[in-house]
Design a protein around this ligand. Sequence first.
Ligand code: HEC
Length: 252
Amino acid sequence: MFLRLRHLVPGLVSIAIWAGQAVADERNFRLYAPPDLIESGLLKYLLPRFSLKTQVRIELVEDPAQAEASFGPEGNPVFDGLGQRWHFAVPEGGHAGAARFGDWIDSEVGRRTVTGFQIDGAALFSLPTQAQVSAETVMTYNGDAVAGRVKARGLCGRCHVVVAADPMNAIGSTPSFFALRSLGNWEDRFAAFFALNPHPAFTQVKDVTDPFPVDRPSPIVPVAMTLDDLEAIIAYVAALEPADLGAPLDHQ
Ligand code: HEC
C-alpha cells in the first residue's frame, strides 16, 4: 500500500525526511545477529523483503549492545536451522520498527519467507516445531497482479507459458505457470525461483542475488528484475486457474 503511494507521490519520501528525526528513527533500526546466521545468507534474503514492504530499513551491527533487536538464544522462537533454534528479541518498550519486524517474521508471510529461502533447492531453515503459530492463516499477496501479468510475459514468457492465450511462445519441456500453480508448494517455488535451476545462471534480482561470476556470465540475455516484480508475478500466479492435470503432477 505504502509502496504504491510512494510511486504516485515521489515527494512523500522527502516530506517524511523533513518531518524530522522521530519519523526517521521509526524507519531504521539496528539489528544484531551472530556471524553464523549472517553467513547463512538468510538475512540477506529476509531483510530486503521486509524493508520493501514496510519501508523500515535494518542495519546489521556487530555489537549486541548497539542493537535495538537481536537474533539469538533469547526471545520469541522464530525458526530452526544451523543446528539450533533462533529467537528474536526486542527489549521491553523497544523500537517500533524492530517490533514490527518481530511481528512480520512471526506472521504467515514472514514464515513463508523464512522457509522460502533455499540454496540449491534445499531449505536451510524451518519453523520452530513448538512455536505457537499466530491465528492468521489466510494467505495475502501484496503484489499487483495486473502488473505481474505484464512482468511474467516479459521476464518469464521466453521459456514458460504464462498466459493462456500464447501457449506457442514457450519452450516445450518447461513447465507452464498453470502447471506450476497446481503444485501444493507453488508459492515457495516462485518465492525462491531465482535460486532454483536453471534460473541462477541467468537471473539477477536487485539487492538479492550476487552478480554473475566473472568467469560464468549469463549464457542468455539475463532476466533482470526487482523483488517488486517478483511480488507482482506471485500475485498474478496466485490468481491463475491451476492446470487440471488429472493425476497429481510429479514435478521435481
Ligand atoms: C531461459 C528459460 C527460463 C526463463 C527465462 C525462466 N524460467 Fe523458470 N524454469 C525454466 C525451466 C527449464 C524450468 C524447469 C526446471 C526443472 O524442471 O528442473 C523452470 C522452472 C521454474 C519453476 C519451478 C522451479 C522448481 O524447481 O520447482 C518456477 C517457479 C519458475 N521456473 C519460475 C520462473 C519465473 C517467475 C520466471 C520469470 C521471472 C522464470 N521462471 C523464467 C526456464 C526458465
